[in-house]
Design a protein around this ligand. Structure first.
Ligand code: RB5
Length: 151
């Protein structure tokens, strides 16, 4: 079965998005490109929310979110309870965010990381399975935050 990947970026992530999108297609993934597709300045939250929506609607299983630093778009995506977005800079992080955190969105800083490293991180992210077990309770809590005094 083809895995569907949503990819979204602001103007700071456009170049890396184009590179990673081509890699994904070449490797047989179905890519849902949610923009942006120009260098005109846009607001990164719109693109983080677009990924969250696509995953919620079942249009994509996982997402790749890119802005200049990766910080803003990861913050935006993580505001959705069903999203576990991880800002990744190395292959170890790409592996652990899947094994321990069941991350469903990988985020990059287009101005921070090189193409080759991002490609390697993305490959590891997509190939690594969530370990479950002792992580289930913790990961479950990410989707059901409780800010009451009972905690
Ligand atoms: C845009 O200039 C920049 O602020 C944005 O891409 C991102 O780095 C925000 O976190």
């Amino acid at each position: 079965m083809t895995i569907k990947i949503a990819i979204a970026n602001d103007h700071g992530g456009l170049e890396l998005k184009q590179f990673l999108k081509a890699e994904l297609i070449e490797n047989g993934f179905e890519v849902l490109d949610l923009g942006c597709n120009s260098t005109e300045s846009v607001a990164y939250p719109d693109y983080g929310y677009a990924i969250a929506k696509a995953i919620k609607n079942g249009e994509a299983e996982k997402g790749v979110a890119i802005c200049g630093s990766g910080i803003g778009i990861s913050m935006a995506a993580n505001r959705a309870p069903h999203i576990r977005a991880a800002l990744i800079h190395d292959a170890l992080g790409a592996r652990l965010c899947r094994e321990h955190n069941d991350a469903n969105v990988i985020c990059f800083g287009g101005r921070m990381i090189g193409d080759e490293l991002a490609r390697d991180c993305l490959r590891v992210f997509l190939e690594t399975r969530y370990e479950g077990g002792r992580h289930d309770l913790r990961v479950g809590k990410l989707s059901t935050p409780d800010f009451s005094d009972n905690q």
